[in-house]
Write a new protein. Structure first.
Length: 294
C-alpha cells in the first residue's frame, strides 16, 4: 500500500505554499509582466508616462541588422562555450574518477572555479590574456600583433568564450564525476577482465550511461550562456571591439541603461526569453530521444 503524507488541517499546506508563491510572483511573474508591458509601450527616458505602441518595438528590433548580428554572436558563444566547458569537464572527471594518489584533492580544487563571481573572473582573465603582459603575450613576441583582443574581434570572442567555459567546467565536473561514480563497478571490472581497455570501456559503457547527465548539462549550459555572460563581457571587452562581443544580454543592458531605450531593451528581453524557451523545447523534443535512462 502506498503511503502518503497528509495534513490534519487544510491551512497547513497553504501556509507552506504561500511563501514560495510570493517569491515566484515577486521575482519572476511581476518583473516579466512589467517587461511585457514596457515592450508594448514607449517609455520616456526621463519619465512622463508610457505611450502605447503595440508591436512597433518588436518590428523595429527585428528589422535592425545590428540586433541580428548580436543574435548570431550569442549563438556562436553559446555553442562554443558549452562544448568547451562540457568537454573539458568530462575529461577531468574521467581522470579524477580513477583512484589515484591525490584524487580527492583534485575533486575539491576543480570545483572552486564555479564559486568565483563573474566580474572577478573577467578581471582575472583580462589580465591573464592581455596582449602586453598576459599569459598569451609570448604569441606577440613570436609574431607581433597575432593576439590582440582589444583590436581583433575574433580574439576578443575567443577570450570571453575561454573565460566563461573555465567557470562552468567546475559546475559540469561535479555532475560528470557523480554520474561516473554511480556506474556499477562490476560492469567496469567485467569489461576489464574481458580485455577491454579504458578507452573502450569509456566508449561502450560509461558514455552511454552518461547521456542523462549530458542532456541535463546541455540544457543548463546553453541557457546560462545566453543569460549569465553579462559580467564577463562587461569587464573584459564591454561589447567591443566594434561590437564584436556584444551579445544579446549585453545589448539589452547597453540599449536600456546607456542608450535610455527602456522599451526597446524590454522588447529585447522578451525575445531573449522566448528564444531560451524555444531552445529548451527543441532540446527536449529532439535530443532527449537519444538519452538512455536505463
Amino acid at each position: 500500500m502506498e503511503k502518503r503524507a497528509t495534513f490534519g488541517s487544510w491551512w497547513i499546506g497553504i501556509a507552506f505554499a504561500v511563501p514560495q508563491v510570493i517569491l515566484i510572483f515577486t521575482f519572476f511573474y511581476w518583473p516579466a509582466g512589467e517587461a511585457i508591458y514596457w515592450s508594448l509601450t514607449l517609455q520616456q527616458p526621463w519619465g512622463g508616462g508610457n505611450i502605447w505602441v503595440g508591436l512597433d518595438n518588436f518590428r523595429q528590433i527585428l528589422d535592425d541588422p545590428i540586433y541580428w548580428a548580436s543574435v548570431l554572436r550569442s549563438v556562436v558563444f553559446a555553442v562554443a562555450s558549452t562544448g568547451l566547458a562540457m568537454g573539458g569537464a568530462l575529461i577531468l572527471a574521467v581522470f579524477v574518477d580513477r583512484e589515484c594518489t591525490g584524487s580527492r584533492l583534485y575533486r575539491v580544487v576543480l570545483i572552486w572555479p564555479y564559486g568565483i563571481a563573474a566580474p572577478a573572473l573577467g578581471l582575472a582573465f583580462r589580465f591573464l590574456m592581455a596582449p602586453e603582459a598576459g599569459f598569451l603575450a609570448f604569441l606577440n613576441q613570436i609574431a607581433p600583433g597575432l593576439w590582440d583582443p582589444g583590436l581583433n574581434g575574433t580574439d576578443a570572442m575567443i577570450e570571453i568564450i575561454v573565460a566563461f567555459s573555465w567557470k562552468y567546467v567546475g559546475y559540469d565536473f561535479i555532475f560528470f564525476l557523480s554520474a561516473l561514480q554511480a556506474i556499477p563497478r562490476a560492469q567496469i571490472e567485467a569489461a576489464a577482465l574481458d580485455g577491454a581497455g579504458w578507452l573502450r570501456r569509456l566508449r561502450d559503457i560509461q558514455l552511454p550511461l552518461l547521456t542523462p547527465t549530458v542532456f541535463f548539462l546541455l540544457v543548463i549550459d546553453l541557457t546560462e550562456s545566453f543569460q549569465d555572460s553579462f559580467g564577463i563581457v562587461d569587464i573584459m571587452t564591454a561589447g567591443g571591439p566594434a561590437r564584436a562581443t556584444e551579445l544579446m544580454v549585453y545589448k539589452i543592458y547597453f540599449d536600456g541603461f546607456r542608450g535610455f531605450d527602456y522599451s526597446g531593451a524590454a522588447a529585447q528581453s522578451i525575445i531573449l526569453m522566448v528564444l531560451i524557451m524555444l531552445l529548451t523545447v527543441l532540446q527536449f523534443r529532439f535530443i532527449e530521444r537519444r538519452v538512455h535512462y536505463k
